[in-house]
Design a protein around this ligand. Structure first.
Ligand SMILES: Nc1ncnc2c1ncn2[C@@H]1O[C@H](COP(=O)(O)OP(=O)(O)O)[C@@H](O)[C@H]1O
Ligand SMILES: [Mg+2]
Length: 314
C-alpha cells in the first residue's frame, strides 16, 4: 500500500493527530472515507498519473460508493494485462473485499480472484506482541533481517503505515512461498499496494464453497483430513503456521481442498509462543473432521508435528 493511501486511511479513520499541535477539531459526524477531502485529493493524483492503458471501467462498480477506491486498487492489474473486468463481488469482509475478475487472455485462464484491502483494516490491525515480534524480523520476501533491525515498529503514523504495508507484503510472500513448496493454495499472481491477485477457485456457477458450507461423504473425509495435515506439515517445513486455519478458510471442490487467507501466518523460528496458535489450527481441523468419523487426538497430533519440526525432522 503506498504511503498516500496509508496516510489517508489513518486520517480518515481518525488515527493521526492534528499536525504540529494544531487545535483538535471537535469530532464531526461520522465521515465515510470515500468523501474525505484527503481521499478525493489522492484519487485526483491517481488520475493525473495518466494511465498508459485507458478503458478500465467495470460496469459492476458504476454508482458504487467505493468505486474510485476499488478502481485505483485494481487498475494496475488491468494496465499490466492481467485482468480486463471486475465481474462480481465474491465476499465482503471487515478488512478486505474479494472480487471475481475476468482475466486477460494473456494469462491463459478465464477468471482471477482479487482481494482488495480497505483503509478500514488499519483500525483492526493486530497489535499483540506475538504478531509484532514474529513479523518485524523479516523482509518483504519473508527472509530474516540479518542485522536485527526492526521493520515497521512504532506508534507514529509512519510506523503504522509501514506495519500495514508489510502486513500485506508478508501475506503475499507467505502465499508465494507455500505455493512454490507445493501447498494446496491458489496460484498467486501479483500483489500491488493494497490488492492481491490470485487463481480463482470456482467455476461458471460461482466460487467454490467453503469447507464449513458443505456436507462431505464419509469416504472423502479421511483423505481430505490427511491432505490438510500434510499441508500443515509442509507449511511448518517452510517455517510457517497459518494462524487462522478453520473450515472458514478452506475452499472445497470434490476431492480437493484449497487453503486461503494467510493474513495471520507466522514464522515460528523466533517465537516459541506461537505454539498455542499452531495447536488451535490443528484442533479446529480435527474437530471439523471428527463429525465424519475421522479419529485424531488434536493435542497429540499437534505435538507430534511440532516436536518433529523443532527436531529438524520436517
Ligand atoms: N482465490 C479465491 N477463489 C475463490 N474465492 C475466494 C478466493 N479467495 C477468497 N475467496 C472467497 O473470499 C472470501 C474471503 O477471503 P479471505 O481471504 O478468507 O478474506 P477475509 O477472511 O479476510 O475476508 C473467502 O471466504 C472465499 O469465499
Ligand atoms: Mg478468511
Amino acid at each position: 500500500m503506498n504511503s498516500d493511501s496509508e496516510r489517508i486511511a489513518d486520517r480518515v479513520e481518525g488515527r493521526a493527530g492534528p499536525p504540529n499541535g494544531a487545535p483538535q477539531k471537535p469530532p464531526a459526524e461520522k465521515q465515510s472515507y470515500e468523501r474525505s477531502p484527503d481521499v478525493q485529493r489522492w484519487l485526483q493524483l491517481q488520475a493525473l498519473d495518466a494511465s498508459s492503458k485507458p478503458g478500465f471501467e467495470p460496469s459492476l462498480l458504476a454508482g458504487r460508493r467505493d468505486r474510485d477506491w476499488i478502481l485505483s486498487s485494481l487498475r494496475h492489474f488491468y494496465e499490466q494485462d492481467l485482468i480486463t473486468d471486475v465481474l462480481h463481488e465474491v465476499s465482503s469482509g471487515k478488512e478486505a473485499t474479494v472480487y471475481c475478475c475476468a482475466a486477460d487472455p494473456a494469462t491463459g485462464v478465464d477468471r482471477l480472484a482479487a482481494k482488495v484491502y480497505r483503509p478500514r483494516m488499519f483500525r483492526s490491525l493486530r497489535n499483540d506482541a506475538v504478531y509484532r515480534e514474529s513479523r518485524a524480523q523479516y523482509d518483504q520476501e519473508g527472509r530474516p533481517v540479518r542485522d536485527g533491525r526492526r521493520r515497521g515498529g512504532g506508534k507514529t503514523t509512519r510506523g503504522r503505515a509501514t506495519q500495514v504495508s508489510s502486513w500485506i507484503d508478508y501475506e503475499f510472500a507467505t502465499h508465494r512461498l507455500l505455493h512454490e513448496a507445493g501447498a494446496d493454495v491458489p496460484r498467486p499472481v501479483a500483489q500491488i499496494g493494497n490488492a492481491v491477485l490470485m487463481e480463482y477457485i470456482g467455476d461458471d456457477e460461482g466460487p467454490a464453497p467453503l469447507l464449513h458450507q458443505v456436507r462431505l461423504s464419509r469416504e472423502e473425509a479421511q483423505p481430505l483430513f490427511d491432505r490438510l495435515l500434510r499441508n500443515i506439515e509442509l507449511w511448518l517445513a517452510c517455517d510457517r503456521i497459518h494462524g487462522d486455519l478453520s473450515a472458514y478458510n478452506v475452499l472445497y471442490r470434490p476431492g480437493a481442498v484449497t487453503i486461503i487467507d494467510f493474513a495471520q501466518a507466522l514464522d515460528p523460528r523466533h517465537n516459541p509462543e506461537v505454539y498455542p496458535l499452531f495447536e488451535r489450527d490443528v484442533e479446529r481441523v480435527c474437530r471439523y473432521f471428527a463429525r465424519y468419523g475421522v479419529v485424531a487426538d488434536p493435542g497429540a497430533t499437534a505435538l507430534d508435528l511440532w516436536v518433529r519440526y523443532m527436531g529438524g525432522a520436517l
